[in-house]
Design a protein. Structure first.
Length: 686
């Protein structure tokens, strides 16, 4: 909604003043501001946009898988089966349930990127290699950087593993294609630079810039949760069935993947998929395998993200490809008796695992989930046994496709959420209480923090996985509340108590909602305005020492500002005390408070400091009476300007250089790509 409103008003949604006391918006990759499908949210009513983008991305995920398997098997039936598995798997549907659209975006591009790599290597085509880079760039714009990392990692592994396992002797042409690999990251960076550079700047200043191993392995996939690949949602408290750990792709699909891996025609491809699936497992298991420490130390990007379990999306894709090989094998050539016996033994082992798991995890056989799993396993056995008596390949493929769809539908259809827009976007009672008088002051509340973007009130809380590190540290330390170690989507709830909710002093918090106060908001007695003119500067060179001083009663944000050093203005150094303004005139008025622009007028009889209760961040520029003036980092995390005596018109504007450079690189990349496509197209026709 915020993105839509900003675009329709003629602005880019670069900054969001409504959560976390003002934060970069577009630089947060999960807002997918420059993703082409964002146009749907701008052009259509929100319910239509959400539903349409969901269906389109599930379709794209299936279509990409279809063409990938078709390139390997030349079997449309096998390709349809693989497409059903990947696009309707638990990873996709649970991402939809959780509202993680960015995960759906990136998952949809994964098969297409792998298809471009496969086509590029098999046809020795630079155009397909370049296409892989362009598609990876589009995936990056889709908004889930963790999945972008996994895609980049596994397309690299597939690129070279395929050369070693499939093209054992690639020849000179093959070696040249392998040497063309750098084109992929180069083109991907060029296409997505408009997002990558601002995001890299933001992440480098965020609370994720210095993570711990415990943080990076949070939500590792527990090995015991492999049982959920047999029973999608077992009714037990022993297993964690959170959506981040959900990857059910079907019992019948698992059996078909075993057939494809053991008996499929494309044995070298099958070996490649199997090896890469094992690598996926070592990542998604996270802390449950010692190998992950190696990844954490030596694989770039791994340490930045938590939830290693998300890597399962790549594994599900490879399993879907293996299942496609299995369908093609069953449809074109009967299993020998020995192969059929081996398949039945594997099914027996799976059934034994189902029974043993039910006992270990206290899953009742009376539960619908377990009985459904048993029925599906019996169905897989019937398919394996009866396949010898079905002579028409189309009938075999039809039976398998129906079975695959039924398996996933029965287990996952209830996870598709339904939300009423009118109820979602209606003010809550607690919000109505402070919306009437909030003005420029901020609100401290835990009421779904991102709602502030809809109702245009300024909040100190937020709900986003990336937060500026100095802000996160400041708010928690000023309140004397421990910083959450692994859950970083929002501030610690212990901060929102009567004793702590106004502890930040400089964040202009006047209204607060805490549970103990019911629906009536608390009101601060001496809330700092969003802008003040102060007479004194306290010089504390070390930022950590600034926090200690600001927590003390000696600090009065209405009278002084804390700086690291005295600024220089017109060649003269401002001192710690600019004069006595207790009797002089000092006024400041906010004339405009827009997301990317703030204008003020100030009057001060003596030299002074303007302190703005807005976060210090690269890209903000200040102009005093039309002249550019450097912004000081003040009060640990805010902005300040030294002012000469007199009347002043002041403007702050946000135009990040990282965005401008990124936009230029993206434009040049697209322009060069367009020229290359036109030239090669003409050559091809001639």
């Amino acid at each position: 909604l915020y993105t839509k409103e900003q675009f329709l008003s003629g602005d880019l949604p670069l900054w969001n003043p409504y959560y976390y006391s003002g934060h970069p918006f577009m630089a947060n990759p999960q807002t997918f501001t420059f993703y082409p499908f964002t146009l749907l949210f701008i052009a259509l009513p929100l319910p239509w946009a959400f539903n349409l983008t969901t269906v389109l991305h599930l379709f794209l995920a299936g279509l990409g898988t279809y063409y990938f398997v078709l390139a390997l098997t030349h079997s449309r039936g096998a390709s349809i089966g693989a497409a059903i598995i990947f696009c309707l798997s638990g990873y996709q549907i649970e991402s939809l349930y959780a509202g993680h659209l960015a995960k759906l975006h990136t998952a949809a591009f994964l098969p297409w990127i792998m298809l471009a790599v496969e086509r590029g290597l098999s046809a020795r085509s630079l155009r397909w290699i370049a296409a892989a880079g362009a598609l990876l760039g589009l995936q990056i714009l889709g908004g889930d950087p963790q999945n972008n990392l996994y895609t980049a990692l596994f397309l690299t592994l597939y690129f070279f593993a395929r050369g070693l396992l499939v093209d054992r002797r690639p020849g000179l042409a093959g070696v040249k294609i392998l040497a063309a690999y750098p084109l992929i990251p180069l083109i991907a960076f060029g296409v997505a630079a408009i997002q990558i550079l601002p995001s890299a700047e933001f992440i480098s200043l965020s609370d994720r810039a210095d993570n711990t191993y415990d943080f990076a392995t949070f939500f590792s996939f527990p090995i015991k949760n492999l049982y959920t690949f047999l029973v999608a949602k077992p009714n037990t408290r022993i297993l964690n069935t959170n959506w981040e750990l959900a990857g059910y792709f079907g019992i019948i699909a698992l059996v078909l993947a075993l057939v494809g891996g053991l008996f499929g025609r494309k044995k070298r491809h099958a070996l490649c998929f199997f090896v890469l699936t094992l690598v996926v497992a070592t990542i998604m298991f996270g802390r449950h395998t010692p190998i992950y420490k190696f990844y954490y130390d030596f694989v770039p990007g791994i340490a930045v993200y938590r939830i290693p379990a998300r890597c399962m999306v790549v594994g599900i894709f490879f399993i879907a490809a293996l299942a496609g090989l299995g369908i093609e094998r069953l449809a074109t050539k009967r299993l020998t008796r020995i192969q059929q016996v081996i398949a039945i033994i594997c099914l027996g082992l799976l059934f034994g695992t189902l029974v043993r798991g039910a006992e270990s995890y206290n899953v009742s056989w009376q539960s619908e989930e377990l009985r459904r799993a048993a029925v599906l396993m019996i169905s897989a056995l019937v398919i394996i046994v009866s396949i010898r008596f079905l002579k028409k390949p189309q009938l075999i493929i039809g039976v398998i496709a129906v079975a695959l769809f039924a398996d996933l539908y029965l287990n996952l259809h209830h996870r598709i959420p339904q939300t009423d827009e009118s109820r979602l976007l209606k003010p809550k009672h607690q919000e109505e209480a402070f919306l009437k008088e909030a003005g420029h002051y901020r609100v401290a509340s835990t009421i779904t923090p991102s709602r502030s973007m809809k109702f245009r009130y300024f909040g100190i809380n937020g709900r986003t996985p990336i937060c500026l590190g100095n802000y996160y540290e400041f708010v928690h330390k000023m309140a004397g509340v421990p910083i959450p170690k692994n859950r970083r989507h929002t501030l610690n709830r212990r901060l929102f108590s009567k004793a702590r909710v106004f502890s930040s002093k400089v964040l202009s918090v006047k209204y607060a909602h805490v549970r103990s106060a019911g629906r009536t908001p608390l009101i601060a007695e001496n809330a700092m305005p969003r802008a003040v003119v102060v007479s004194r500067a306290k010089l504390i060179p070390v930022y950590k020492n600034q926090l200690s001083y600001m927590k003390s009663t000696a600090f009065n944000p209405l009278e002084e500002v804390v700086l690291t050093q005295a600024p220089i203005l017109n060649g003269a150094r401002f001192g710690q005390s600019t004069g006595d303004l207790s009797t002089g005139r000092r006024e400041v008025k906010i004339k405009e408070l827009a997301p990317h622009r703030i204008t003020l007028s100030a009057v001060n009889d003596q030299p002074a400091y303007l302190v703005l209760s807005e976060l210090f961040y690269p890209g903000w520029r200040a102009f005093v009476d039309g002249e550019h003036q450097p912004i000081l980092r003040a009060n640990f995390l805010l902005r300040a300007l030294p002012l000469r005596p007199g009347r002043h018109d002041i403007e702050f504007s946000y135009r990040p250089q990282s965005l401008l450079i990124g936009a230029l690189i993206t434009f040049l990349t697209l322009a060069l790509g367009g020229v290359y496509w036109i030239v090669t197209r003409k050559r091809y026709r001639s």
